[in-house]
Ligand binder design. Structure first.
Ligand SMILES: NC(=O)c1ccc[n+]([C@@H]2O[C@H](COP(=O)([O-])OP(=O)(O)OC[C@H]3O[C@@H](n4cnc5c(N)ncnc54)[C@H](OP(=O)(O)O)[C@@H]3O)[C@@H](O)[C@H]2O)c1
Length: 333
């Protein structure tokens, strides 16, 4: 695969849908790319780089990272930094790059959680690995019960004041924590731009209050693992492929989770997708985007083909009442 002199597609802004992130001035692509898997040192760098090129060529302007994406921790930021350096120097201002701190990163009491010490040090490390002066969005990756929310939010605000982040977000906070965090951030003068939450046909917790809080507070939302890590695709319909996430003994998606009941649901959902002339992955993403409170869906991809299939979602994100009811009937069974 040759990449020398990558030149982005001229028509890259032609097909993507951009949605306003809450009440902010920032628009995000309806489909964003996450680098949690497939961008570590053990993954194929050339494939990873092709995926990023193909995404940008298709109007994906938002790339999501975190300090510990890899493996090993930090590897995805380093690899993405390499791609930025070789191919995107002239395009930095066209990109929304995010990173996060909150989960395990380095040993000892300061490498995890929500303390000012951890958030600031981790952001500094991320910037070095990415080779950037600032990230566009910096997230508190999770609520930390052992740190006052005020301390975590002040640390995020400090990053913006230091010019190390343009916007801040929170991830995995429940509705009550989100409300308090966003009020603190507003008081500090650094409003919360976005909430990154786990949301898919199979994980519908954001419907239990979170999306309402976000709408009320003018905060955007980005749904992570919108394909339930690959379950909501044709990947596991006929067994477990050896190159799949489940087969690679990922602690996050195990073969045990792929039960006959889940496979039956997937097959039934796939029939509805076929009637809509979509792949199951496309229908699963469209189903999320059907709700206007979802600013963007944050996909992962292990190949350019998967990525392009997912982008194909945008040609039909509408649902009839009948389709919605049929989907619901399968999901709630
Ligand atoms: N804030 C948080 O706590 C948090 C947590 C998790 C993730 N995230 C973010 O969300 C991003 C996405 O997470 P995710 O990777 O779990 O998302 P996902 O989109 O639910 O799953 C991606 C996986 O699904 C499979 N896939 C994707 N498109 C496909 C297609 N069209 N056909 C068949 N299979 C397809 C691939 O699996 P194979 O690898 O098996 O091919 C791919 O690796 C992460 O990169 C990260 O940025 C955030």
């Amino acid at each position: 695969m040759k990449h020398i002199n990558y030149i982005p597609a001229e028509n890259r802004y032609g097909k993507m849908i951009y949605r306003q992130c809450g009440t902010s001035g920032i628009s995000l692509p309806a489909i964003s790319l996450g680098l949690w898997h497939n961008f570590g040192f053990s993954d194929n760098y050339s494939v990873a780089r092709s995926i990023v090129h193909s995404a940008f060529d298709s109007g994906i302007t938002h790339f999501d990272l975190a300090n510990n994406y890899g493996p090993p921790y930090g590897a995805a930021e380093e690899n993405f930094g390499r791609i930025l350096q070789s191919d995107f120097k002239a395009h930095r201002d066209e990109l929304i790059i995010s990173s996060k701190a909150g989960y395990d990163m380095w040993p000892g009491p300061y490498g995890n959680g929500g303390s000012r010490k951890y958030i600031i040090a981790s952001c500094d490390q991320s910037l070095k690995r990415l080779g950037l002066d600032y990230v566009d969005i910096f997230y508190s990756h999770r609520y930390d019960p052992n740190t006052p929310l005020d301390e975590t939010m002040r640390a995020l605000d400090q990053l913006v004041r230091q010019g190390k982040a343009l916007y801040v977000g929170i991830s995995n906070y429940n509705p009550e924590q989100t409300l308090i965090a966003s009020e603190l951030l507003t008081e500090l003068g650094t409003p919360c731009l976005i909430h990154q939450c786990k949301y898919s046909m199979f994980v519908r917790t954001p419907e239990e209050g979170l999306l309402d809080v976000l709408e009320k507070r003018g905060i955007g939302s980005i749904a992570f693992s919108p394909l339930a890590q690959g379950l909501l695709t044709d990947r596991y319909i006929n067994g477990i492929p050896s190159d799949s996430r489940a087969a690679k003994s990922s602690p996050f998606l195990t073969e045990k989770q792929i039960t006959p009941e889940i496979v039956n649901k997937i097959k039934e959902l796939n029939l509805i997708a076929t009637r809509r002339n979509q792949s199951l992955a496309q229908m699963a993403l469209a189903w999320l985007l059907h709700d206007k409170r979802v600013t963007s869906v944050l996909i992962g991809s292990s190949s350019v083909d998967q990525l392009q299939n997912n982008i194909g979602t945008l040609s039909n994100i509408d649902f009839s009442e009948d389709e919605l009811n049929s989907v619901n009937e399968i999901l709630l069974r």
